[in-house]
Design a protein around this ligand. Structure first.
Ligand code: ADP
Length: 325
């Protein structure tokens, strides 16, 4: 659905985008992340036809954005960080205005009504935008992006400034939209990406430094293969038993010691989930487990590990999967 190939963008002497390539398949929700100045906006602006590239190819739904920007724009709905709303208009007036502006050919009333159903703004349809809550205004922003039924929807920081309930609602809405649209979500909120996106592309200093399925990253984040486990029992025997348990690669005393329990660090072979077998083994020995915790990396660690050393382009599996003790 979206194909970016060998994209380069120079601003005078500054190379803001350095030969990047990635694709987004139909129906995928992809998170596009990176620190400030990484080149996210530049890529988004080229993708949406607002900026030309220095070299490279960009295609949306088979249409070359650089050769045919008007047609390509019809394929894309865009919600910028500041939705382009007119506060003095009612929701109805505003959506009707955007419909005309886009030169939409679909049946107006039915199309706008359908969109209002999807983004749940029917109850404020005749209200003036200025008087709406931030959550509702964001929904109106999403509604304008959906006019014309674009195949691709791009969201830039869609939940900034919303309260927790509104955040959950907007995330749910984006996930629902992902069923019928290809979605790119640009955000700096990592748990949001984890909650919403199928895949994560990270850009740093103009290069792609990670391109991974979210489940792969979540696996590293959960880190079921590395445990801190608190057991009541004689230290030497417990340690020996842990080390001889099938699936255990190494076991060490972590040092934290209560009156009758000791905390151990246990690592499994190949990241296997050994929690159940450890439970059974210790139960057989009569040594109660009174605490067990997965020691994974968090998504922030993953993000920092890939953006701090953008020496290579493409996937850096080593960094993404390498947990820390
Ligand atoms: P991001 O959106 O990830 O914060 P940008 O795409 O805005 O990054 O910027 C990437 C790099 O290009 C930065 O170094 C920025 O200073 C530079 N840049 C962006 N726009 C311009 C411009 N119009 N003229 C010169 N340099 C620019």
């Amino acid at each position: 659905m979206i194909k970016i190939q060998n994209l380069v963008k120079n601003y005078g002497g500054i190379q803001a985008v350095k030969n990047i390539s990635f694709t987004v398949e139909e129906g995928e929700i992809v998170g596009f992340l990176g620190p400030n100045g990484a080149g996210k906006s530049t890529v988004m602006n080229i993708l949406t036809g607002y900026l030309s590239s220095t070299s490279g190819e960009v295609e949306v739904n088979g249409i070359n954005v650089l050769e045919n920007p008007l047609e390509a724009k019809r394929q894309i709905g865009y919600l910028p960080e500041q939705p382009p709303l007119y506060p003095d208009m009612t929701v109805k007036e505003y959506l009707s205005f955007v419909y005309d502006l886009k030169g939409c050919k679909l049946k107006k009333e039915a199309h706008l009504s359908e969109i209002c159903d999807v983004v749940k703004i029917k109850d404020v349809y005749n209200r003036v935008i200025r008087n709406l809550s931030k959550g509702y205004r964001q929904r109106v922003g999403i509604a304008q992006a959906l006019i014309g039924n674009p195949k691709v929807v791009i969201f830039d920081e869609p939940t900034v400034g919303l309260d927790p309930k509104q955040i959950i609602e907007i995330r749910t809405l984006i996930r629902d939209l992902g069923r019928n649209h290809t979605v790119i979500l640009s955000t700096h909120i990592l748990p949001e990406v984890q909650a919403v996106c199928d895949r994560i592309v990270i850009i740093s200093k103009g290069k792609i430094v990670a391109n991974e399925k979210t489940v792969e990253i979540s696996r590293a984040v959960e880190g079921a293969g590395k445990l801190s486990i608190k057991i009541c029992g004689p230290e030497k025997e417990v340690l020996a038993t842990l080390r001889s348990t099938s699936g255990v690669q190494s076991a060490e005393v972590l040092g934290a010691r209560d009156s009758d329990s000791i905390t151990y660090y246990v690592e499994s072979t190949g990241g296997l989930d050994i929690r159940k077998i450890l439970f059974r083994t210790m139960a057989q020995k009569g040594w109660p487990i009174i605490g067990m915790e997965s020691l994974g990396v968090n998504l922030e660690d993953v993000f920092l590990s890939v953006v701090e050393d953008p020496g290579t382009t493409g996937t850096k599996k080593k960094n993404v999967k390498g947990g820390k003790a």
